[in-house]
Ligand binder design. Structure first.
Ligand code: ZN
Length: 334
């Protein structure tokens, strides 16, 4: 556990470690500095568990790269200590730790800035007061209600040969969140974005399909598509793109470029399924600053993400298909 109570406020030992390391101190120096300043509090039982209130002991690992942590003095487990273990196991197995570390610091900073003024609290997922089998990066709790959101930033969605088991992991993760009553927001690191401008098509791993979502704007795209693309135009679109499903099912996925603090919302139409992945056709994309994407809408039921009316994009999409169809007819006549 990286945090404990000290004198009625949260004390994060990992934050302290990072702070000192950023000042250029070696591991030995960092360890000595923390020992000198805080060991006596640990000995006096001043650090207590954020979850169960038991006394915890400060542990300073000497190996560089390993975390500092707190542990219950009596070595018992509570939901915080169990959730921390589960989270760390998932982290070391499934994530890119340095990217995750930077990313979560930025997410936290932005979320706190955007949500705290509304009295909404942001906490790390492992602080949840109940044992979970999958731990979100952040849990957002709304005041005067039991409304809870789970927010994840995925850094290594593929995992090479294990992509099938990772897809299963994500599918179970989403199921657990749902059962727990969380509304889910997933963000994928933009290094996973694979899309070709020239064909307007891209590939999603099966794992990625589990972190897509469908909101009001996607429904509007479905309605627009079904009303406007019919008959010969639909036949043309099917031949041109390989779209062979009878139903239009628009979905969206959010990619985050953490260095530039940008979020890309990609709206797409799945056109074919393969063993490890799906091929999609892009309907629209919007690049927005992460600070804008992580604002909460007026109804407080959704992050804004790329809130904009895509009516114009839909009309352009239709015009372009009609134009391509006419061009193909003309070239056939010539
Ligand atoms: Zn505890």
């Amino acid at each position: 556990m990286e945090s404990a109570n000290l004198h009625h406020s949260v004390f994060n030992i990992e934050e302290k470690r990072r702070e000192l390391e950023q000042q250029g101190l070696t591991r030995v120096e960092v360890k000595r500095r923390v020992e000198d300043r805080y060991r006596m509090f640990s000995k006096k039982g001043a650090f207590t568990c954020l979850c169960c209130g038991k006394t915890v002991n400060m542990n300073l690992t000497k190996d560089a790269g390993r975390p500092f942590y707190f542990r219950h003095n009596d070595e018992s487990e509570c939901s915080y200590s169990q959730n921390t273990k589960t989270y760390e196991k998932q982290l070391s197995k499934l994530e890119d730790p340095s990217k995750k570390d930077i990313g979560l610091t930025i997410f936290r900073e932005i979320l706190e800035g955007e949500l705290k003024p509304y009295g909404i609290t942001i906490d790390r997922g492992y602080h949840y007061k109940k044992k979970l089998s999958f731990i979100p990066d952040f849990i957002i709790q709304f005041p005067h209600s039991d409304k809870r959101w789970a927010v994840d930033y995925f850094t290594a969605i593929g995992q090479g040969a294990n992509s099938r088991s990772y897809a299963r992991h994500l599918s179970q993760r989403m199921k657990t969140y749902e059962e727990e009553g969380f509304k889910v927001f997933s963000f994928v690191d933009s290094s996973w974005l694979s899309f070709l401008e020239e064909t307007n098509k891209g590939t999603l791993l099966n794992a990625e399909t589990h972190v897509t979502s469908k909101n009001h704007e996607d429904d509007l795209w479905d309605t627009f598509f079904n009303e406007n693309i019919q008959g010969e135009l639909l036949d043309f679109f099917k031949i041109e793109t390989g779209f062979d499903s009878g139903e239009c099912d628009t979905r969206n996925i959010a990619y985050v470029d953490i260095n530039n603090r940008h979020c890309t919302i990609l709206r797409f139409l799945p056109i074919s399924k393969h063993e490890r992945n799906i091929t999609f056709y892009k309907l629209s994309s919007s690049v927005v600053p992460l600070t804008k994407a992580l604002k909460v809408n007026a109804e407080q039921d959704q992050f804004i993400l790329s809130e904009e009316n895509e009516e114009e994009k839909r009309n352009n999409f239709l015009e372009e298909i009609i134009e391509r169809k006419n061009n193909s007819l003309q070239s056939r006549k010539c």
